[in-house]
Design a protein around this ligand. Structure first.
Ligand code: SF4
Length: 360
């Protein structure tokens, strides 16, 4: 028996598996796993993380089997944003060296959809910088989406254009947009620490507006910004209230030129425990490992697949992802399969071309 901070670890050994099992059973039954229990899981010692991944993977396998959904990002408008989200390289005050351009043309939408098909991605995420789209921008995106859908009716389109005004979700839906992404990012109480130009409530309202407008709500969070465990859980429960269909989990890439540059408080084990918490909170939603996967999970990325059922393939908004071949090999090596059948055709994937990504 050994003690640390007054806690008897032999006693904990006795209860660890049972507590974990209770959490998993609650999630599988669709019940709230319980905030205190999730806090306990978040604080578990690193050496227990593998047991957590193994236990919580039951929830993942129950809903999604061995399937991994692939998503491809297209940054349709970059930089020039008036907002001041401290984590974002495209923000007003960011001095990060990123491309700045107005909305790309229809042909770029279609090329990205083709790239998605080649890679086996079933969802194309169209992301624009800015507080929210103008009516003209919504019309522009709608025309691009109509062109994509005319060429490939099966591809799912998710738009991420910022705060929505009345009627914009409906217009996007009519054009063929399936989902709308708008992340809560963190807890309500921590929100002011990361952004001054809009509020947590603004973000909640847009997710509600997308849902009311008939779009599939996609909303997640970003961790590693200095938030506490309580913030992680607050964000999780706030998202649960919105009942999103997909929940992207980002880990901060602390980009030079942003206020959060140099911040690096995540470990691969903590990232896995955060993913476990979100899998338990969202047993039947698509939980996606989004930005920061390569940077923070590093060699433990395959373990993330036992919790999440979705990843981005290719590059992120302003940072490079690992080569698509590496992702596809990781999925196969870990015994998973790409949802929808995987990359199209027999053509060999060319790593350098893929690495260059969709911003070329
Ligand atoms: S996250 Fe979006 S709204 Fe915030 S600064 Fe970046 S581009 Fe602008």
């Amino acid at each position: 028996m050994w003690r640390e901070g007054g806690v008897c670890f032999e006693a904990m050994e006795m209860t660890f598996e049972a507590r974990l099992e209770q959490l998993v059973e609650a999630s599988l039954d669709g019940r709230d796993p319980g905030r205190d229990e999730l806090a306990w899981l978040l604080q578990a010692p690193d050496e227990r993380t593998l047991e957590i991944v193994s236990a919580v993977s039951r929830v993942r396998f129950a809903a999604f089997g061995r399937r991994v959904k692939l998503n491809l990002l297209l940054n349709i408008k970059s930089g020039l944003c008036p907002e001041d989200c401290h984590y974002c390289s495209q923000a007003r005050d960011s001095t990060a060296a990123i491309p700045s351009y107005a909305m790309v043309g229809e042909e770029t939408f279609c090329a990205a959809a083709e790239r998605a098909r080649e890679l086996g991605a079933t969802r194309l995420c169209l992301v624009a910088s800015g507080r929210g789209p103008t009516e003209r921008e919504v019309d522009h995106v709608a025309r691009g989406v109509e062109a994509v859908k005319a060429a490939d009716g099966a591809i799912e389109i998710c738009a991420c254009l910022g705060l929505l005004s009345e009627g914009q979700a409906e217009r996007l839906g009519e054009a063929g947009v399936y989902a709308y992404n708008h992340n809560l990012n963190t807890s309500e109480s921590f929100y002011e620490a990361i952004c001054d130009t809009h509020t947590f409530a603004d973000r909640q309202e847009t997710v509600g507006r997308a849902k009311a407008g008939g779009l599939s709500p996609c909303s997640g969070a970003l961790f590693g910004m200095g938030e506490s465990d309580a913030d992680v859980l607050d964000a999780g429960y706030a998202l649960r209230e919105l009942d999103p269909d997909s929940v992207p989990i980002n880990f901060l890439i602390p980009i030079d030129g942003t206020p959060l540059a140099g911040l690096n408080e995540l470990t691969p084990q903590r990232c896995l425990r955060i993913l476990a918490v979100f899998r338990l909170l969202f047993p039947r939603a698509e939980v996606r490992i989004a930005g920061g996967r390569e940077v923070h999970l590093r060699s433990l990325q395959p373990l993330g697949l036992y919790l999440a059922n979705s990843i981005f393939i290719g590059d992120y908004l302003t940072t490079k992802g690992q080569a698509a071949e590496a992702d596809l090999a990781m999925i196969a090596d870990a015994g998973f399969e790409v949802e929808g059948g995987g990359p199209a055709g027999e053509r060999e994937l060319e790593p350098i071309a893929l690495k260059q990504g969709i911003l070329d």
